[in-house]
Ligand binder design. Sequence first.
Ligand SMILES: *Cc1c(COP(=O)(O)O)cnc(C)c1O
Length: 361
Amino acid sequence: MSRAYNFSAGPAALPEPVLRQAQQEMLEWRAAGASIVELSHRGPEFMAVAAEAEADLRRLVGVPDDYAVLFVGGGATTQQALIALNFAAAGQPADYVVTGHWGRTALRQAAPYVDLRIAASGEAEGFRDVPARADWRLSEDAAYVHITANETIHGVEFREAPDVGEVPLFADFSSSIASEPLDIARYGVVYAGAQKNLGPVGIGVVIVRRELLERAGQPRADIFDYRLQLAADSMLNTPPSWNWYMLGLTVKWMLAEGGVEEFALRSAAKSELLYREIDGSSGFYRNDVAAAARSRMNVPFFLHDAALDAPFLAAAREAGLIGLKGHRVLGGMRASIYNAMPVEGVRALTDFMQEFRRRHG
Ligand SMILES: *Cc1c(COP(=O)(O)O)cnc(C)c1O
């Protein structure tokens, strides 16, 4: 067996020790007589797994006590609709800052429920930068301001939480949660699908300031109600228990590796290696994002001649490097370098890129 270095954007690579432990516990979880996913979610075994995952996630990300953590099925896109339903009165304005594809998706999901306001957008410039804060047009009566902390496809990342005054800041952290220290107190809601940096696809987390849950949202079915979900320990219906268990293993691995401080150092080192290779390639490779807004997690890049894309991908695969094809909305290449990607993997990629450039330059 040979596992390649996997640069896939999501579902993405998981830490090998996590996969091994899951493999070991597949047939029987700790003398329970069955796999964890064969047991009732209300039983003591799974309840312990769920509680431990929450405690570990709180420790890893630094979630204050006045914030609730929900574990939700349906991924990040579903939350983009549910935040509007739960936190905006019908027709109330909500401000959106759009820095790429996922910001656009967030707009679309909220559109039926709020008076949508685009406070700023990088679209006219091809999403190459975060619009300057001074140019944002914020509404005073907005229910919230929404940003995408890291744009997974366009490779545009906020360096810090923008100041939006009294209005709660909501942020999609799907592709950058747990990659560096995060001051949760700056946000009203932080949400993330798991499949980039927290575990396998099928579960997400919503970290929400408890006080916001008391605010009137719109009429909604029980199953869409974050308050009820919290009161039911995220078990209003059968939760995705396998994914929750895997998320717990992944978070534990991150804590054992040194936590978010350590991953911030690794992410800086990995992304610097890649951007240096791209910028030093005399135009053979290209990344168009403004230097200060370049993502540390997702590095999109283009070859100077698109005819080389297919040979690049084929040779990369030969060299044990997979998942490099760019998203269809952007084309080109993309290297996603989440916490599970070791620096050796990125070095293998930059070595390969140099070699490919020598052969085709
Ligand atoms: C992947 C991603 C999404 C969509 O996640 P799903 O779980 O597929 O709904 C949303 N936002 C960002 C930033 C993402 O990276």
